[in-house]
Design a protein around this ligand. Structure first.
Ligand code: VGL
Ligand code: ZN
Length: 245
């Protein structure tokens, strides 16, 4: 027979095991037995995509209400032990810019060796104010920043692979080294860099979620509808953080 003392000791011990890797304290889950289990975030990472001035109101490629995601993302950061930032980072003569393609309408597409490429207003130019993170975004909790789109002839929406789909940013290697299993994506813009980052993440085998109230779209044609369709196709969860942890 299990004595009352040993039973209590057992509970204490298992609780210690549950908590050994957990720095995160904000979320608790109730197990079937009714005991409260600490949320263990050691295999999760939050990827904050492109929360930069040029994608916020007043920037050169603004997402409507883009700055409204900043406070939500700051709150979400409290639940994560691992955080990464991505930063769109283009040379001033980047091949996707309207200024580099004066004969092509902005927001239409041109054929590149790797496929169709949307022509954008110049944005996130290396070292410019527009390329800086929004001033209210908490950036000091992130352990690394992935910069992308700095090769003149390849754009990069995803934090994992550039638009040729083969040039790696190195992010997958870092996540593997950290033994990350689940990726949570937030930021700007839902229908471009957030979508591409999430789909690549899912395709690479990470369980992937986009946090719905922490992202907004630029909205080109039916880009949002396509994004939601793709999340279903690639098994990317799309909802509030509480639904997934
Ligand atoms: C983005 C268009 C061009 C994004 C970046 O962050 O979604 N969109 N460059
Ligand atoms: Zn860009």
């Amino acid at each position: 027979m299990l004595s009352r003392r040993n039973f209590i000791l057992g509970l204490l011990t298992s609780n210690l095991i549950f908590n050994q890797n957990s720095i995160v304290t904000g979320h608790q889950k109730t197990t079937n037995s009714g005991a409260t289990k600490q949320y263990n975030g050691s295999k999760d990472i939050l990827i904050i995509v492109d929360v930069q001035n040029d994608f916020c109101p007043g920037g050169s490629l603004p997402v409507k209400n883009g700055d409204k995601v900043v406070e939500v993302i700051n709150e979400i950061q409290k639940s994560f032990q691992y955080i990464a930032l991505t930063q769109d980072w283009h040379p001033k003569d980047h091949s996707s810019f309207s200024t580099t393609n004066p004969d092509i309408d902005v927001f239409s597409t041109k054929k590149m060796p790797y496929g169709n490429q949307v022509i954008w207003p110049p944005h996130c130019i290396i070292g410019s104010k527009g390329a800086e993170f929004h001033k209210n975004l908490i950036t000091n909790k992130a352990s690394f920043i992935i910069r992308k789109g700095f090769r003149k002839n390849i754009d990069s929406y995803s934090g994992f692979f550039e638009n040729d789909r083969v040039t790696s940013t190195g992010l997958d290697g870092i996540l593997k080294e950290l033994n990350i299993k689940r990726v949570f994506v937030v930021g700007l813009a839902l229908d471009f860099c957030v979508q591409y980052t999430a789909i690549d993440s899912a395709s690479l085998g990470y369980k992937t979620f986009v946090i719905k109230n922490a992202t907004l779209p630029v909205n080109i044609g039916n880009s949002v509808q396509e994004t939601i369709k793709n999340f279903k196709k690639y098994n990317v969860g799309y909802g509030k953080l509480e639904e997934f942890i």
